[in-house]
Design a protein around this ligand. Structure first.
Ligand code: ZN
Length: 318
């Protein structure tokens, strides 16, 4: 975990709690204000809209939680531990606004990246070993941006991950922030609600088409796709709520290996491409796709066997 990651201006526990609560409120307000097409409180559910994903696979080390006591303040992020070289992905689309030691923020250490997501929302990735994007580069959700490392003042390799809302420097708990957006920080199946968009929706649509649903693969989880998923859920004895989450994903994915061909392979290729694989989505699980699966498994510290089973899928769509 981090020895020195701290927030210099948040040194009194009482002030920290009240400010954090205020910031959380501002963050929600900004998110709702930005989503002008939604008018009702039910729009909160649409935060699970595919815009966010897991920045790294790993586990939470003891004492690495948000708000943990640190010299000079409180721990400003959540630590995710894995080995040096583990892939770090952009948690959401945005622009790389910092790529420097400490991210240009007081109290942080190590090689760091800050991504601006708009509406005053930023994410911070610290203790990196390798940068894989340039300053001012636009990045997409799930794009590989760096490798995990142990730069700065640490006891071992890990990602120090922060979420800022209401401006750079105003941190909120990354675990709860991401959970509200359908992401299980550190690893786990994602949750996508009706209205979601993006690569994971195309993945779902391809998987559904392999099962004969005949959906248009447009990356929009609208009424036609939702209705089809509800029918699939009913047929599998699941709650037919239209949310593709930890109960539905395992029944939706296929265990795939070299030689497979079809829409389920297109789903796999689409999911790999979300993480910078750059594959042609041709439905052919040939040597190129096999290499991409192995590279992804290696970069995420999974068993490297070239087969896409449930654990690999969970990481891919998380
Ligand atoms: Zn940390």
């Amino acid at each position: 975990m981090c020895e020195q990651c701290s927030v210099a201006d948040e040194d009194r526990p009482d002030a920290r709690i009240s400010r954090r609560t205020l910031i959380a409120g501002l963050g929600l307000g900004a998110a709702v204000a930005g989503a002008t097409v939604f008018a009702s409180p039910a729009s909160a559910a649409t935060l699970k809209n595919g815009a966010w994903c897991n920045p790294a696979l790993g586990y939470f080390p003891s004492g690495g939680h948000y708000g943990a006591s640190r010299p000079g303040g409180a721990h400003a992020g959540q630590d995710v531990t894995n080995s040096t070289g583990t892939a770090i992905y952009a948690a959401s689309a945005g622009t790389v606004v910092r790529r420097q030691w400490g991210g240009g923020l007081g109290g942080r250490t190590g090689y760091a990246i800050v991504i601006a997501h708009g509406n005053g929302v930023y994410t911070y990735y610290g203790h990196l070993s390798v940068y894989r994007v340039a300053l001012n580069q636009r990045v997409s959700t799930g794009q590989r941006i760096a490798d995990m490392g142990a730069s700065g003042n640490v006891t071992g390799p890990h990602l120090h991950f922060e979420t800022h809302t209401g401006g750079l420097g105003s941190t909120v708990n990354p675990v709860t922030y991401l959970a509200a957006r359908g992401v299980d920080l550190g690893g786990g199946w994602s949750r996508l609600d009706p209205g979601a968009r993006g690569a994971r929706v195309r993945t779902i649509q391809y998987l559904m088409n392999q099962r004969g649903y005949g959906l248009v693969v447009d990356g929009y989880y609208g009424s036609v796709s939702v209705s089809a998923v509800k029918r699939f859920q009913s047929a599998r004895g699941l709650v037919a709520d239209g949310q593709v989450g930890p109960a539905t994903w395992p029944k939706l994915v296929y265990s795939l290996s070299a030689g497979a061909n079809g829409n389920h392979v297109r789903a796999l290729q689409t999911a790999l491409n979300k993480h910078s694989a750059g594959l042609a989505v041709d439905g052919d699980f040939g040597s190129v796709t096999n290499s991409a699966v192995r590279a992804y498994q290696s970069a995420n510290r999974l068993v490297v066997d070239g087969n896409a089973g449930a654990i690999t899928w969970r990481a891919l769509v998380g």
